[in-house]
Design a protein. Structure first.
Length: 175
């Protein structure tokens, strides 16, 4: 695998977060990946432990619908705007990883700090391996963190998706 391409996630979503710009050699797939049908739209179903320590399940959602909401383009396990779960079209794999197109015309990507978001410009690869989601430019499985209870930062309450966080399990299910 290649070295980390950007710094680890240390804090919650940041107003100055920049897009991750892929460079260098992508990571190799750690083992056999789930093969999706490129003609089917999927939801990404996730299982995780909520902030009260209870098992929970959800899907990937767009956090909000427009830029008037802080972090509106981030992905989360809930939507602060009451949006429906995102649908993904998994494009044929390149090197074991696939680009995931979102039903809003964007692609699942990462910010430079490791937070998952909807990108109109950048595309990276994704793979589900043994029930965990991996990116081709960051080591380890994708994870999550609840944020938004701080009165200091204007972060909407949500379970945010990012790297270097406790992992969740997931599967693609036809939408």
């Amino acid at each position: 695998m290649s070295e980390l391409q950007s710094p680890p996630v240390k804090a919650g979503p940041s107003l100055d977060d920049q897009p991750f710009v892929p460079s260098g050699t992508p990571n190799q797939v750690p083992s056999e990946v789930f093969e999706a049908d490129a003609n089917v739209w999927y939801h990404l179903a996730v299982n995780y432990v909520d902030k009260e320590g209870k098992p929970a399940s959800s899907f990937f959602y767009p956090l909000a619908a427009n830029a008037s909401t802080s972090f509106w383009d981030y992905m989360a396990f809930n939507s602060t705007s009451g949006l429906k779960p995102s649908k993904f079209k998994v494009h044929p794999a390149k090197g074991g990883y696939s680009e995931w197109e979102i039903d809003d015309g964007n692609y699942l990507c990462l910010k430079a700090t490791g937070w998952a978001y909807r990108s109109s410009e950048y595309r990276i690869g994704w793979a589900i391996v043994n029930g965990h989601l991996y990116s081709n430019y960051w080591r380890g499985p994708v994870g999550y963190r609840y944020d938004g209870d701080s009165i200091i930062a204007p972060v909407p309450r949500a379970y945010y998706i990012g790297m270097d966080l406790p992992a969740f399990t997931c599967e693609l299910v036809p939408a």
